[in-house]
Design a protein around this ligand. Structure first.
Ligand SMILES: [Zn+2]
Length: 206
């Protein structure tokens, strides 16, 4: 298996597959992103394995298929970037308590219809959609789209938040809804250092 180290550079801190998909782009809270781990179809497949949305045998089959059909792989990759832009618009709007555009919601409906059209209902404790029979190159996108729609239709929308220090979005599952950072190790620590330095400066000048 090829190693795509960049993919694992982004930590999975979104608490939801769709939010983690958005977090494949990093950068400041506002303005354009300055880093993107999705560099091509192989990175998309590697990310899906990393995020637990694709098994290694499935990934292997997709890599083979993408080599046989590079045009199809490129089309699936281009579509994945469009879907990421759409989900970005939707969830950033929700996090800011605004309504996403009707056009983007219509595209999300079409993407979900397409995802479910390739799914099958499998029984575990409950029945759930799986994509075990789906060998199309768009396979990595299906669970992401479905997770997004699930979150929008059954999740707690007021728990979808943007990090105070970067552009990451996350689902705040803390008891008192007090989470402000994508991760205490990254943005949370930077904030703590910033406050410490500011407090020391205040003491020094006082
Ligand atoms: Zn952050």
């Amino acid at each position: 298996m090829e190693t795509l180290a960049g993919v694992t550079r982004m930590r999975l801190v979104g608490g939801n597959l769709a939010l983690d998909f958005l977090n494949t782009r990093a950068g400041p809270p506002v303005g354009p992103p300055d880093d993107d781990v999705l560099t091509g179809y192989p990175a998309l497949v590697a990310w899906s394995v990393y995020a637990g949305a694709l098994s290694e045998p499935e990934a292997k089959a997709l890599r083979r298929r993408s080599r046989d059909d590079p045009g199809g792989a490129q089309a699936a990759f281009t579509r994945s970037l469009r879907i990421r832009d759409d989900l970005d618009e939707v969830f950033r709007a929700v996090a800011a308590d605004r309504g996403p555009s009707t056009a983007v919601l219509a595209r999300l409906r079409d993407d979900e219809a397409d995802a479910l059209g390739h799914a099958r209902l499998d029984r575990g404790r409950l029945f759930s959609w799986t994509w075990r029979d789906d060998q199309t190159l768009a396979r990595p996108l299906r669970p992401v789209v479905h997770a997004a729609v699930q979150l929008l239709t059954t999740g707690a929308l007021d728990r979808i938040k943007g990090c105070g220090g970067c552009r990451f979005l996350f689902l705040d599952e803390s008891k008192n809804r007090s989470r402000r950072w994508c991760s205490m190790d990254d943005c949370g620590t930077s904030e703590k250092i910033r406050r410490y330095v500011a407090a020391r400066r205040t003491r020094a000048s006082g």
